[in-house]
Design a protein around this ligand. Structure first.
Ligand code: 3PY
Ligand code: MG
Length: 254
């Protein structure tokens, strides 16, 4: 069993070494779901505070349940809000996935908000993350470097991608296919050449900048996951609890 800092380092090393890391995603606010998915073998599981109905007060139980399966809990924060960063990390997230990053300045601000001084300006306090002070010393190290993942899901982000990729200590960028396609006026039309071209361009730029590029494979398709790995995506979220349940709960015949 790795502790949280070891898991962060393990995932960061995979990304730095040019390997891929596969995680999953939860939107259903129940610790049993978290326990099941936490034991499913993923490197990390993102708890979604942007879409769905999970609230900050549910995070400690969800994170505990995820950790029973030796996975790293991450949080997709609700928006680029600074208060969100502090609360999810204090609850014990190993890092943040930031939706709708549109500029390097925005991302720099978030980076400062997720790190304790001296590397950032996040408030220092007792919380679940440091076992309410008991693990203060060891957490001080982790609080210098939680995982930072920037979602690229708007044309404005693509326009500013070179600058965004220059933000240091960015662990990965992560394409949100729904929002990105929506910002192009082709919502969910993932097979169009327009969409394929833009995600190819994002991936190439990330590669040149030496930053891992990821994407959310929302439909649970092993084939699709393999294709994305073969295409060079390296920080991949495989589906969502709600989507997996909805797909497999369907009455088999009528
Ligand atoms: C999107 O596709 O917009 C997402 O946010 C996926 O996580
Ligand atoms: Mg999105």
């Amino acid at each position: 069993m790795m502790n949280r800092l070891e898991k962060i380092n393990f995932i960061r090393k995979k990304l730095n070494d040019g390997n891929y890391s596969i995680g999953s995603w939860i939107q259903i606010p129940h610790s049993s779901i978290a326990e099941i998915i936490g034991n499913a073998g993923y490197d990390w599981v993102a708890v979604d505070l942007e879409h769905g109905s999970i609230s900050v007060d549910q995070l400690p139980d969800l994170f505990r349940a995820l950790e029973l399966g030796n996975t790293l809990p991450l949080a997709r924060i609700a928006k680029g809000d600074l208060k969100d960063c502090k609360q999810v990390l204090d609850a014990g997230a190993g890092g943040v996935i930031v939706p709708m990053v549109e500029s390097a300045e925005h991302l720099e601000k978030i980076k400062n908000e997720i790190r304790w001084p001296p590397s950032g300006k996040r408030g220092v306090g007792f919380s679940r993350a440091n076992l309410f002070g008991k693990n203060f010393e060891s957490y001080s190290e982790e609080a210098q470097k939680p995982l930072l993942v920037a979602m690229i899901e708007h044309l404005n982000a693509v326009k500013n991608l070179d600058e965004i990729l220059k933000v240091d200590n960015l662990d990965a960028i992560f394409i949100g296919p729904y929002d990105l396609s929506a910002s192009m006026g082709i919502t969910a039309q993932f097979e169009t050449s327009k969409f394929k071209n833009i995600i190819g361009k994002i991936k190439e730029k990330a590669k040149l900048a030496g930053v891992a590029c990821g994407i959310h494979v929302v439909e649970p398709s092993e084939n699709d996951l393999r294709l994305k790995i073969d295409d060079g995506y390296r920080f991949i979220a495989y589906s969502i609890d709600s989507v997996i349940f909805s797909k497999f709960v369907k009455r088999p015949f009528s």
